[in-house]
Design a protein around this ligand. Structure first.
Ligand SMILES: [Zn+2]
Length: 262
């Protein structure tokens, strides 16, 4: 599940593959950029902001550009050596190809692909709350934004990227389990928002630099979460069957005993 950590890792993959390189070719397989070519541009930097990817390009004194992409549920970028076969995903899912002398970056099933002046990045990411993995992570500001909507459920509030940027469904469910919060608890009834926000940040940050996401500390298959993806399995703390339900167009998982309705 692409959440803040996955997107952060992906930004590092692109940084390692392309940063400092002059692009020798590009292929945009999205209608809005079908005629775009960024050959001749240098990849200055690869960054992430919440779940958004920002690849910054420069060329001499021209206005710097940013290639924006979003992974949503299913997108991915992969880096290959020139001449390698692109085996990660089926070819029909390719949306962007960027080539340099030493690397080929292939973007699969990317969303919101856009090329815009770097100075205008805020039109795409300016609405985001504090970035869990940003240098400017600000838990107090995240709490302030969440508290401003006291009737929202805590689950909704953690997923809302305008409150804090980088939590997806996995970390949402796991944070609520670890704080003993029933997912539908209104924000106004959560005693310690700050500790919930700080825990979410800690969980996402702890998975930087690896592709297996764990909240339990175990990297073994089947042991990486407390409640997420564990419907009907026994709670690791109390043995009660974990439940799963729809919530605001997403699913949520919880232990009815460890996370009682207030
Ligand atoms: Zn339990």
């Amino acid at each position: 599940m692409p959440e803040g950590d996955t997107v952060w890792n992906t930004a590092r993959v692109l940084e390692k593959a392309l940063a400092g390189d002059v692009l020798t070719g590009s292929d945009f397989r999205v209608p809005q950029l079908a005629t775009t070519d960024v050959a001749g541009w240098t990849v200055a930097e690869s960054a992430s902001r919440g779940k958004h990817l920002l690849l910054r390009l420069t060329r001499g004194s021209e206005t710097p550009l940013t290639l924006h992409s979003h992974l949503r549920m299913d997108g991915a970028w992969r880096a290959y050596a020139p001449g390698d076969r692109w085996t990660a995903r089926p070819a029909h899912l390719i949306r962007v190809v960027l080539r340099s002398a030493r690397s080929v970056a292939v973007g699969y099933h990317l969303h919101e692909v856009a090329l815009l002046p770097t100075a205008e990045e805020d039109t795409l990411v300016g609405h985001l709350g504090p970035d869990l993995l940003g240098d400017d992570w600000d838990p107090a500001e995240a709490v302030r934004r969440i508290a401003a909507q006291p009737d929202a459920s805590i689950a909704e509030a953690l997923l809302d990227q305008r409150n804090l940027a980088g939590v997806g469904n996995l970390y949402k469910a796991e944070t609520m389990f670890l704080r003993g919060l029933w997912p539908w608890t209104p924000v106004a009834q959560v005693n310690d928002l700050r500790s919930a926000v700080e825990l979410a940040q800690k969980l996402v940050a702890s998975n930087r630099g690896r592709w297996t996401q764990t909240t339990t500390g175990s990297l073994r298959r089947g042991e990486t979460s407390y409640v997420y993806g564990r419907r009907a399995q026994p709670c690791r703390r109390c043995g009660t069957a974990i439940r799963k339900a729809d919530q605001d167009e997403r699913v949520t998982y919880w232990c009815p005993r460890c996370q009682p309705r207030p």
